[in-house]
Design a protein. Structure first.
Length: 300
């Protein structure tokens, strides 16, 4: 494994895809990423070259034996189909979250990866931020009484990004990672089409029956921001702890983790815990969507 190189292709060149191309071309010396070699990128638009990276067709990417792994950075709606194609072609896959827009698809893809002996890695840079790492330290060992995580952001095209419980799954991932398994007790969604405004409110219970609320709110001109209010038996946390800047970019940290998996350097326990978390969050996202889309109950 020491000298093994994995040819990679980046599929989709939006913000994430361009960051992927940059990081694959500039690995940190003697990091696991040095085992990844960018072969080219795939896009529906025609670019020719980006920096030194050359554009190749999807067919070439799937067929080429020198390409062992695909980085999927397309819009959410097409993740499922793209993952399936590359797994079927016998390639490892790194995909930006959410890996799919239904729980059923996610479980099927995961099973397919396992059957083929391929790594399926879902990017979760929200767990790699210094802000989050500090928050996790701060919360560790404390007894939750109740809590709220409120996210605001700009408008998303839902046809491309999916239902807010899926497009906003980063927030759900935080809550599960901080407080353990959750159960949805209710979820509602308010939409104002004319104002392009959407607000989803989800109520959870922790395993200890403590209430947690997640609000995902999007509208024109809304700043991208997270507000927290977590109350513990020892007091409330309303601001993020101070966090240093990381010297290693988030996509690069994620890329190193993927490379470690390809090199067999991640423990079975870690892989199992990560699989549980990812699939559990997608299961919950689906439950939330079902709650929100239930027709109003009419009480006679």
């Amino acid at each position: 494994q020491i000298n093994k190189m994995f040819g990679t292709v980046v599929v989709g060149v939006g913000i994430a895809g361009l960051a992927r191309i940059r990081d694959l071309m500039n690995p940190i010396p003697s990091s696991p990423s040095e085992h990844l070699k960018l072969f080219g990128f795939v896009s529906r638009r025609s670019f020719g070259n980006i920096n030194e990276a050359k554009q190749i067709s999807l067919e070439d990417a799937l067929r080429n034996k020198d390409i062992h792994a695909a980085f999927i950075s397309t819009e959410n709606r097409s993740h499922e189909e793209t993952i399936r194609m590359f797994l079927e072609a016998g390639k490892h896959v790194l995909v930006e979250y959410p890996m799919a827009l239904s729980a059923k698809a996610a479980h099927e893809l995961w099973e397919m990866a396992e059957q083929k002996g391929k790594v399926l890695h879902v990017e979760h840079i929200e767990l790699l931020t210094e802000e989050y790492k500090q928050l996790k330290k701060e919360v560790a060992g404390k007894d939750l009484v109740k809590g709220t995580l409120h996210f605001t952001g700009h408008v998303l095209d839902e046809n491309k990004s999916g239902f807010p419980a899926f497009s906003g799954i980063a927030r759900l991932t935080w809550l599960i990672d901080l407080f353990g398994d959750l159960t949805v007790t209710s979820a509602t969604r308010e939409k104002q089409k004319d104002k392009n405004y959407s607000r989803m409110t989800v109520h959870f219970q922790t395993a200890n029956k403590k209430p947690l609320t997640w609000i995902e709110e999007r509208g024109p001109g809304m700043r991208r921001e997270k507000k927290i209010n977590f109350c513990f038996t020892s007091g409330c946390l309303e601001n993020f702890p101070e966090a240093p800047r990381s010297s290693v970019g988030l996509f690069m940290q994620d890329q190193n983790l993927f490379a470690k998996k390809l090199l067999g350097q991640v423990s079975k326990e870690e892989l199992a815990a990560e699989k549980w978390r990812i699939l559990r969050c997608l299961d919950l996202a689906e439950v939330i969507q079902q709650y929100c889309e239930e027709p109003e109950k009419i009480y006679s």
